[in-house]
Design a protein around this ligand. Structure first.
Ligand code: FE2
Length: 532
């Protein structure tokens, strides 16, 4: 356990390591950087997404049907090539579509501290979206909306709502969107089944997190199959079918309901990234699931402390006690191929929201429960609403059960990816080497890269990440050797990046063939291009 700071502005208890603890265990990986200049390079990914079965989760699953009436909502923060490719796929599948292009103004460049205002504003925007969806659902003009890439959606009895996470060609032309859905679903279920069965959950992370909570029976129904119907009804009124279970691609490491009188989350949460961008190292002390102290964090910490002081005396519907700053979320990403985009990071939609769904990455959330009815009630009562985050990239999650405790995430590796049944399933589609290896593991000095965690990273994480992504983008072949990464993952052996032959093969229902296994990635080589 870490030494606990009692000073609000001094980072006296940040992690110190003599040697980076993950240097050999979790080497950095960055995926190939494949240039994309044509729509044809993007179509295989959309083809796979178009055929994935519909669900309300965060995996893009468009399930396009001939004659279906679709509205695709995009804005000027999306790359036009991606929008054109989407149009082409909607035509290919015979949909009747409308593309609504919204002008969101100039694309902002972010710093992590922007998250505080962003979620105060965005929560209102989401509430407006939900009202708009209600109206559209009643009008009956569309069968399906493709819109946004976070947050819950409405009841989908009359109109389905699916995700549009494709902001740039770099994001879209990735094997994340070639993943066979049955494999993604198996990983989700493996994780969710285990969480539900735990008595206690403990989450640690080398950036300074050590937090735990009791996974009370009261959160669930009698069989621990779904979340408690009464609490779900109170929190998610009108959208109970959505609120009672996990969200595909976003497994609930902590139930997204508060259990008044029983909330006992306690310990320390610390990190250097939120949904928007890297931030100065931030530490939260948690007691009774309440954030009782916010330490360090630079400008982000300052803004959070101010908001906390302004809201600590307020009563929120459904909350365990007074105040806005309660810990409710520890959600787990499940797709191994999601990566941090290098081009134009962090700006507009190209921020850290996307990367939170990589397998084994946990995002901690505190505040009002996103788009729940209780959040909407609080907003209507004039209370400030929103929730804020810290990401964990190397978490270890231990589940305490009755005599058969289990680790389900180790140093950021979601252990579903090593499960024999899931590996067998991957074999059906081309093998575990192709599907169950993460494409991206961030390079963090002092953790999995040489250097001192504080001096070379945590006191200004954004500066490091920008430098790192710049080298990765402009001098790609130099990057992996520079950070001591495992060069195998920088190759595109299966041709699945940037519209390579493997991507086209998968879209055509075939299994891609691995290219020359002896092919070594060396500094000076140009082997990170897709093998066109
Ligand atoms: Fe979340």
């Amino acid at each position: 356990m870490l030494e606990i700071s009692r000073q609000s502005n001094l980072p006296i208890s940040f992690p110190r390591y003599d040697t980076p603890p993950l240097l050999k265990r979790r080497q950095p990986r960055c995926p190939p950087y494949a240039p994309v200049s044509s729509i044809d390079q993007l179509l295989p990914y959309l083809d796979v997404v178009a055929r994935r079965p519909y669900n309300q989760g965060l995996h893009a699953c468009w399930d396009l049907q001939r004659g279906e009436r679709i509205q695709l909502r995009v804005d000027n923060w999306h790359d036009p090539l991606v929008i054109e490719a989407c149009k082409r796929i909607l035509e290919k599948y015979g949909c009747k579509y409308e593309i609504l292009q919204v002008d969101k103004g100039p694309v902002p460049e972010w710093v992590g501290a922007d998250e505080v205002e962003y979620y105060l504003y965005r929560t209102k925007e989401l509430a407006q979206w939900m009202d708009q969806w209600d109206v559209m659902s009643k009008e009956g003009k569309f069968d399906k909306l493709l819109w946004g890439y976070g947050g819950p959606v409405l009841v989908d009895t009359h109109m389905k709502i699916q995700r549009m996470p494709f902001i740039t060609p770099e994001i879209l032309a990735s094997p994340a969107f070639l993943m066979p859905y049955e494999l993604l679903e198996a990983v989700d279920l493996w994780t969710w089944r285990r969480i539900r069965s735990a008595r206690r959950v403990r989450i640690t992370d080398p950036e300074g997190t050590d937090v735990e909570y009791t996974n009370h029976d009261g959160y669930y129904d009698r069989n621990r199959e779904f979340l408690n119907a009464d609490l779900v009804h109170d929190t998610w009124t009108g959208n109970e079918g959505f609120g009672r279970t996990y969200l595909p691609g976003h497994v609930l490491g902590k139930p997204w309901i508060y259990l008044p009188g029983k909330e006992d989350g306690n310990g320390i949460i610390a990190g250097t990234t939120n949904h928007i961008a890297p931030v100065d190292w931030t530490q939260l002390l948690v007691d009774g699931s309440r954030i009782v102290e916010i330490n360090a964090g630079g400008e982000f910490g300052e803004k959070l402390r101010k908001l906390k002081a302004e809201t600590d005396h307020l009563s929120y519907p459904g909350f365990p006690g007074k105040g806005l700053f309660y810990w409710w979320e520890a959600s787990i990403g499940t797709n191994p191929h999601i990566h941090r985009p290098r081009k134009a990071f962090p700006s507009g939609w190209i921020n850290c929201l996307y990367e939170r769904v990589r397998s084994g990455v946990i995002h901690i959330g505190f505040g009002t429960i996103i788009s729940s009815m209780n959040e909407r009630r609080a907003a209507k009562a004039g209370l400030p609403v929103g929730h804020w985050h810290l990401h964990l990239y190397f978490p270890t999650v231990r589940l305490e059960r009755d005599g058969d405790d289990e680790t389900i995430i180790e140093d950021g590796r979601l252990l579903a990816l090593d499960d024999p049944d899931i590996r067998r399933l991957a074999d059906k589609h081309g093998g575990a080497d192709l599907w169950l290896q993460e494409s991206w593991i961030p390079a963090v000095p002092g953790l999995n890269v040489a250097g001192d965690y504080w001096q070379h990273y945590a006191k200004d994480p954004l500066a490091w990440v920008k430098a790192e992504l710049n080298i990765c983008r402009e001098w790609h072949h130099l990057f992996m050797p520079m950070v001591g990464g495992d060069a195998r993952f920088c190759q595109d052996r299966y041709g699945v990046w940037g519209g390579g032959p493997g991507a086209h093969a998968i879209a055509a229902g075939k299994v891609p063939v691995a290219l020359d296994p002896q092919h070594a990635h060396v500094a000076g080589g140009a082997c990170c291009q897709s093998h066109a």
